[in-house]
Design a protein around this ligand. Sequence first.
Ligand code: MIC
Ligand code: SF4
Length: 655
Amino acid sequence: MGKSLTEKIIETHLVKGEMKPGEEIFINIDQTMTHDINAVMTYLAFEQIGLDRIGIKTAVSHLDHNLLYINTNTPDDHIYLQTAAKRYGVNVSRPGNGICHTIQSARFAVPGEILMGGDSHTPHSGSMGMLAIGVGGMDVATAMTGLPMRITMPRVINVKLTGKLKPGVNSKEIILEMLRIVSIKGGLGNVYEYTGDALKNLEVPQRATITNMGAELGATSSIFPADEMVFKYMKAQGREDEFKEMLPDEDAKYSEVIDINLSELEPLIALPHQPDNVVKLKDAEKEKVQQVFIGSCTNTSYADVAKAALVFKGRKVNENVSCTMAISSKQIYKSLLKDGYIDMLLDAGVRLLEFACGPCCAIGQTPATDGVALRTSNRNFKGRAGSPSAKIYLVSPETAAASAITGTFTSAEEILKDNINILDEIVEPNEYYIDDSLIIKPLPLEEAKEVEVIKGPNIKHLPIPEVPKENVILPVSLKTVDNISTDDITPASAEFSSMRSNIPEMSKYCYFRYDSSFSQRAKDMGESIIIGGENYGQGSSREHAAINPMYLGVKIVLAKSIARIHKSNLLNHGIIPMIFEDKSDYDKIELFDELEIDNLREGIKNKRVLIKCSNKNLEFYAKLELTENEIEVALAGGQLQFLKKELKERGIISE
Ligand code: MIC
Ligand code: SF4
């Protein structure tokens, strides 16, 4: 029986376990990546592990998210990250080079390899026939040791793309259509593998919009084959010698097939406040647009920006719209500059920002009070842009440009009319501007050992969780609704991102937008439990959404369901993730209820615990959806303690 591409890649990396969907398997990792607002915890953990150098082929530390330096914390973090990378054999992509996913694909991704990245949009590099999985920072620290990594064998879903996108319709529409079909939690446990005739017209950066935003489906990853388009891209990057054809077998068997005819797609828009709230642009109730942001790793390829520039050409940004753009890399900017597109943007009144994440995660460009923001990025959660009163809509760069001109929702076709076909003429360059001078390569081991790792005063210790006790009585410190995102738990923004190295300080703001009394309440309770709804912890991979509650004494998160990366982050940082056996019990529990569990450690081993609500004369069961290895991590009090034990047993570290 034929194999999918995902199975082929996993097979060549498999160390332990059976490749059956849902089974725990262990795989070798070729590459890791981290970025500045998450990585301090990752490298602090790596330091604690006690190895002299990384044990994998390629690791990259990208300094790309928070480049505003609104205080001394972030530049201090960057100095720490740069020196720690030098010390341990990690590449550094310096500020100004570009957004992690764009750089990782352009300069490091290799078809057939496996990448683990400390960012939920790591599947971006799946556009090049690579299996790229987003995880939390502690998992990246573990992967950097070179030990095989635990994953759950995914179900592989085939997405068959036929037809051809019309001009003015972007690959953003393909992933928005997927979100409409699958929903924000429908992808849990799946890898989406794209095939079909339409691939011959989809270039790597267009594919990356899809694999990148596949994170919004809650999926493990998304992948395209490494075919002639990937060869073209790698050749244009001067890396054709690293190309390897990677295709699924013709008779590959998939768990499910989804068909999308690209010729039928029209401009789409995701309405506030979830990325799967997708409707046709023409059906969306028109709003007066206050802000347009064309940026992020999702949608600022050369072709994306060039097409937006053609929509703007000879026209002006509406006087009521604040229109900014953050192109995702210096490389793309230079190519656009050479080809005259930057002039078109500047002449239209578009404000160019740094090659960084920036506004995508609220690092600058907060919309006005009640402002309507049209963005080409991937998430529109409430508060994501820095203001809970803003309404964020997600669209393609073509639609964003057209709407910036009129000041309301407008398609590129409405602006360009009969001239719309000019957008079809834009293709990715055959040769990109190549200059790796902003990448610092690893030093040889002996030189690296001499490097001094510099830690600024804001960099505090990584808190180590306690091992779970036998019997607990835990008051409920918070009860949440469905689809709580990690942005709700610990927002990004310039200010909060700059606090991420200092958990005692940052934990004061845990959940502050959702329930500003949570942090103090949890602290006062000493130990507590959080009750969550469906898809708890969706969105970003930031493990601070687990570390902060752990620091505040939260021992268990009991929810209707928990998003993949967040579940792993909870476990890694000593919080036990539990699921209601009967979801209707969720309705019976309230804030301040006291939940009692006897024989918790035994319950963890058996993956089932009896919970008594002492003040309500109520009893119910919770289950633990954990693998054998995850049970050991839970019992050890988190991944760091588990890993140190394991490395000692293997004789890799001594104390
Ligand atoms: C995001 O897009 O939300 C981020 C900021 O890139 C995060 C990473 C983080 O918060 O550390 C992500 O997607 O994982
Ligand atoms: Fe950066 Fe936004 Fe991409 Fe996250 S989604 S990596 S914040 S550009």
